[in-house]
Design a protein around this ligand. Structure first.
Ligand code: F6R
Length: 617
């Protein structure tokens, strides 16, 4: 939610900041702004609308300064207006601030500051913090021992903040300096050649440097033209750890695709290969993970797993539940992270908690992790973004290694999470009752998943035709059983998110208990139909829909025959191992949603009201 960028160096800051904002636009895209410090003045351009609107506005300012900050907004406090866009400038004109997060006690701050003569132009919480820093700056005594009055005033103001923030601040009196800080909102500092670039995400940095420092909660960084220094709210110095980003700038480009979502759907075979690489034991019968920080003996003690996540990642947890229970015979509970954090769940000593989060920054998932840790539980994480807050706070975990996921609707990160869930099931199963030969077969099946996904992707033109036919319908049902029930939920979520069509995911047999009331010629049902025990039952459910004139799109495993006249459209998928089936069955529902959204003229990568990384409650 909201992307922030800051630059100090020898180049003109505005162009670099605007480029960074384009790369962070997936974090929020209702308004954007930039502030450059030039000739001792804070010059601000900001506009409601996308970054491209800001680019035009910025051109009129002819910015030349070499330090600045910029922001792309996902509104929390105050509507989408030019005035509410960031940066905000303090009413004395001394300070400019960009912010990602929520200042919960802003109302009290505003009241206090209004009493001191500060004025406000926006409805945002951010402007209150900006003026509070200005208030402390005005009061701050001349620095002793070479200290910085600018830095100390930010530190003092932040001590009064309740809430979350990633901020960057410019001061009119301090050319080529930025003070930035974070608490529960991500902030990464790129350390370049005679320049520093600060951002919510490495995507905005990687074109200038691959050397980065991930700031931790409660840390501030003071950037000057020659150096940067990190310290805490309590004024303790922190030695920086410089990491190297492993991906390159091209990874976050469209590379000829029309949308990031399309690119990311078609990247899935490679993404799955990257997720698996080096993660099978030498004997080829089980999985291995480097970063769990839990010995095999400790794993054997575990008699229950808890998975927590939000959105698509929560669907991945449901699939993991199915596979772990089926193959490893260990009971699993799945909770929405947003519920878990407030539910006071009783957990026993031998419960191992997992959180799943592509971004590693989702605030509810982070809070669930912290709550489980507070209760003394070990928490492992599955994350894609290296160095993210959840990755750093978890006791151990597994990275997805699928590269940056830019499309707001999760695709390649989701199937990679399904794969890791399947690998965790295998890992635990092989410690318990799964035989060597079943393990070998399981591993071989997982290794074959990328090719099966390639086969399904070849059906894109056919799925596009189906999408064209059904794109005008206002309601959809997605129905699946067992491990494909979460895939039905995921299909419905994808369609809702990017095409704004009302869609519901249900366990197939549950359809009779209510949702069948929706069925008519106007409400297509997407059935996920695997071979096996429940095949005939699913066909009966399809008959029930057909009897009520509901159109049926069936995703069917090869070798299964749907009786003639039951399904209107059939999308075949390869028959495969149960651990791979949810991955393979996901591809058609992703493509269907993507092509339906295209038919409806929707902005696929930036759906209305959404942002990629939900760092507010
Ligand atoms: C759906 C989607 C969201 C995310 C959810 C969790 O397409 O992208 O539902 O899955 O916001 O995000 P992460 O995985 O970053 O915690």
């Amino acid at each position: 939610m909201c992307g922030i960028v800051g630059y100090v160096g020898k180049q003109k800051a505005a162009a670099i900041i605007l480029e960074g904002l384009k790369r962070l636009e997936y974090r929020g895209y209702d308004s954007a702004g930039v502030c450059v410090l030039q000739a001792g003045k804070l010059d601000v351009a900001k506009k409601a609308g996308r970054v491209e609107v800001l680019v035009k506005e910025a051109a009129r300012h002819k910015f030349t300064g070499t330090s600045g900050i910029g922001h792309t907004r996902w509104a929390t406090h105050g509507g989408v207006t030019d005035a509410n866009a960031h940066p905000h400038v303090s009413s004395d004109g001394k300070l400019a601030l960009i912010h990602n997060g929520v200042i919960e006690n802003y109302a009290g701050m505003k009241k206090f500051l209004a009493g001191k003569g500060y004025t406000f132009k926006s409805e945002t919480d951010t402007e209150a913090l900006c003026n509070l820093i200005a208030y402390h700056y005005a009061k701050e005594p001349a620095p002793k021992n070479g200290g910085s009055r600018f830095l100390e005033s930010v530190r003092k103001a932040l001590r009064h903040v309740e809430g979350t923030y990633g901020i960057a601040v410019l001061c009119a009196d301090c050319p080529d300096e930025i003070v930035a800080a974070r608490k529960a909102s991500p902030l990464v500092l790129g350390v370049g050649d005679q320049e520093y670039i600060l951002a919510s995400d490495a995507a905005a940095i990687v074109s200038r440097t691959q050397n980065v420092v991930y700031l931790k909660d409660g840390e501030l960084v003071h950037i000057t033209p020659r150096a940067f220094a990190i310290s805490t709210l309590d004024q303790a110095d922190v030695s920086p750890v410089v990491d190297t980003i492993t991906w390159k700038v091209g990874d976050a480009d469209l590379n000829g695709y029309a949308h990031f979502m399309e690119k990311e759907i078609f990247e899935q075979p490679q993404a799955l290969e990257n997720t698996m690489r080096g993660r099978f034991a030498e004997d080829g019968s089980t999985a291995q993970f480097g970063g769990l920080n839990l010995s095999a003996a400790e794993f054997r003690q575990i008699d229950r797993l808890l998975f927590c996540a939000c959105g698509s990642a929560w669907h991945a947890c449901l699939v993991a539940e199915h596979l772990v229970e089926s193959f490893a015979r260990v009971p699993v509970e799945v909770d929405y992270a947003s519920e878990f954090r407030y539910r006071n769940v009783p957990l026993d000593r031998n419960t191992l908690c997992w959180v799943i989060s592509q971004s590693g920054e989702t605030i509810d998932t982070l809070a669930a992790l912290r709550e489980a840790k507070r209760k003394g539980h070990r928490v492992l994480a599955i994350n894609n973004v290296v160095g993210s807050t959840i990755a750093r706070e978890a006791d151990g975990g597994v990275y997805q290694h699928v590269g940056p996921e830019i499309g707001v609707a999760s695709t390649k990160a989701f199937t990679s999470q399904l794969l890791l869930g399947a690998m965790i099931a295998l890992y635990i199963a092989r410690m318990r009752d799964m035989s060597f030969s079943d393990g070998v077969q399981y591993v071989q099946s997982l290794k074959g998943a990328p090719d099966l996904v390639r086969t399904v992707l070849k059906q894109a033109p056919k799925i596009r035709k189906i999408a064209k036919k059904y794109a005008k319908h206002a309601d959809f049902l997605f129905l699946g059983r067992l491990s494909l029930f979460p895939v039905a939920l995921e299909g419905a979520l994808k369609l809702k998110e990017i095409s704004y069509i009302h869609a519901e995911g249900y366990p197939t047999a549950e359809m009779k208990h209510g949702p069948i009331a929706l069925v008519s010629e106007q409400c297509p049902s997407v059935f996920l139909v695997p071979k096996g025990d429940v095949f005939n039952k699913i066909v009966s459910s399809m008959q029930e829909i057909k009897a009520r004139k509901g159109p049926i799109i069936a995703v069917v495993t090869a070798g299964s025959e749907i009786p003639p006249g039951v399904a209107d459209e059939v999308i075949p998928i390869p028959d495969c191992h149960p651990a791979v089936l949810p991955i393979v069955a996901t591809i058609p529902v992703q493509l269907l949603s993507y092509y339906i959204a295209l038919e409806r003229g929707c902005d696929v990568d930036k759906p209305r009201n959404l942002a990629k990384s939900v760092t507010v409650e």
